[in-house]
Design a protein around this ligand. Structure first.
Ligand code: 5AD
Length: 437
């Protein structure tokens, strides 16, 4: 019997990497991958639990996907929402046969066997040793790839469900990470993003994140090295120095700040102040000329006053973020913030969100307009949604639309930025166009 598996992925980059891992696990057991749910015997939805709207979207999508479920087929929910809700999901969504959390993927072949025989099964145990080290992920061949270096999280940010969905923090061995990167480079991948919930707190018992950056940066043929997401308070001098001394490390950091108010940061149990955060940025800017920053910001956290919010607004310009992902606080059952008083009303949160988005866009726009005319090295990543243009990225994480054929994907070019929408750029390739610089 040919068994085909379709995986749909929601949420963060680690979920993308986990889906590649699941494909690796299942292909090893004789499954083939299906790109269309209509062609699949097994349908898996890899889910996110970080905000309620992420979960609602998945619930809606399950309703659609169940139409594709064949007789003897399986509809499964995996990932963080599966972990959070556990077997309750089986009761809530009658056509779901399988619920597996991020530490249970190794058991997927066996659980799928049971589900195909008609059982409804779940596995939401934490396994703090689990790295899936022996499982080669199945990836789309691409110039860029994600490499998980750390799973789980030991921080206790009061808004965040992740410690309850991904379990305790653990780091892969440096040598294993380097081996995986070498394998990717051998397949023509030249940019790697190292993934971890607090990736710069990486420690494998012997090596810290600085060691990891240096070792990864030495892999012959790797041209770009990125990582996400770092925790602001964990940028040691060693790490900043390793970034500055490792040519492959790109001049961009995604540095989630969450709030510009010290009172709010404290209630969030973030282990830094606004001042310390800005200091870390200053150190990074000093060590790495031209570095850019993006961030995550939550509005409407319990107890956030107008004055607290104005601190967040003023941080956008003071920190001079190049980009920011903004979120309305979402109550997550099981997190400490549920018990905090003074929950902010939906109206107030919405209006703060709109003001914040304006501030973020305004700052980004001003910075991006000033970039027009600059020359950057870009990596051509994939076709753009629009026309026959290709999407390329600068080391500093700006997206540039280029008039190049699809055969240019994977190439590095020097481009002049010719225009901006305020967020993305158009560019023209400077000749000579060298495929390999
Ligand atoms: N509500 C809103 N946003 C949240 N995030 C995490 N938990 C919540 C929550 N309960 C945001 C944070 C984090 C990003 C991945 O999601 O900003 O950095």
């Amino acid at each position: 019997m040919s068994r085909r598996v379709y995986i749909e992925t929601y949420g963060c980059q680690m979920n993308v990497a986990d889906s590649e891992l699941m494909l690796g696990l299942l292909c090893r057991e004789g499954y083939a991958r299906a790109d269309d749910p209509a062609d699949a015997d097994v349908l898996l939805v890899n889910t996110c639990a970080v905000r309620d709207n992420a979960e609602q979207r998945v619930i809606g999508r399950m309703g659609e996907l169940q139409r594709y479920k064949r007789k003897g087929g399986v509809l499964g929910v995996v990932g963080c929402m599966a972990q959070r809700l556990g077997p309750a999901l089986l009761a809530q969504v009658p056509r779901v046969d399988l619920v597996v959390g991020p530490d249970g993927y190794r058991n997927l072949p066996e659980l799928l066997g049971l589900a195909q025989a008609g059982d409804r099964v779940s596995d939401t145990e934490f396994r703090s040793w689990e790295h899936y080290e022996d499982v080669p992920p199945v990836r789309e061949k691409a110039p860029t790839a994600f490499v998980t270096v750390q799973r789980g999280c030991d921080y206790r940010c009061t808004f965040c469900i992740v410690p309850r969905t991904r379990g305790p923090e653990r780091s892969r061995k440096l040598a294993d990470v380097v081996r995986e990167i070498s394998g990717l480079v051998a397949q023509d991948t030249t940019e790697v993003t190292l993934l971890g919930q607090t990736v710069n707190s990486y420690h494998d018992g012997e090596h810290d994140f600085a060691d990891l950056l240096r070792a990864a940066g030495q892999v012959e043929g790797l041209r770009r090295l990125r990582f996400t997401s770092p925790y602001p308070a964990d940028f040691t001098t060693r790490v900043i120095e390793a970034m500055a001394r490792t040519p492959a490390v790109c001049e961009h950091v995604h540095l989630p700040v969450q709030s510009g108010s010290n009172a709010v940061l404290k209630r969030m149990l973030r282990r830094y102040t606004r001042e310390r955060y800005l200091e870390v940025m200053r150190e990074l800017r000093q060590a790495i000329p031209g570095i850019t920053f993006s961030t995550d910001i939550i509005v409407g956290f319990p107890g956030e006053t107008e004055a607290d919010f104005e601190q967040t607004l003023s941080l956008v310009t003071e920190a001079d973020f190049d980009d920011a992902y903004t979120f309305k606080y979402s109550v997550r059952e099981g997190t400490p913030a549920v018990r905090l008083r003074d929950h902010v009303s939906e109206d107030v949160a919405s209006s703060r969100m709109a003001r914040l988005v304006d501030a973020v866009r305004g700052n980004a726009r001003r910075k991006n307009i000033a970039r027009v005319g600059q020359i950057h090295e870009v990596l051509v990543e994939r076709p753009a949604k629009r026309g026959d243009l290709q999407l390329a990225r600068t080391r500093t994480n700006q997206l540039v639309l280029l008039d190049l054929p699809a055969s240019a994907i994977g190439e590095y070019h020097r481009v002049r930025l010719t225009g901006t929408t305020g967020s993305t750029f158009t560019g023209s390739v400077l000749l000579p166009a060298l495929a390999v610089l």
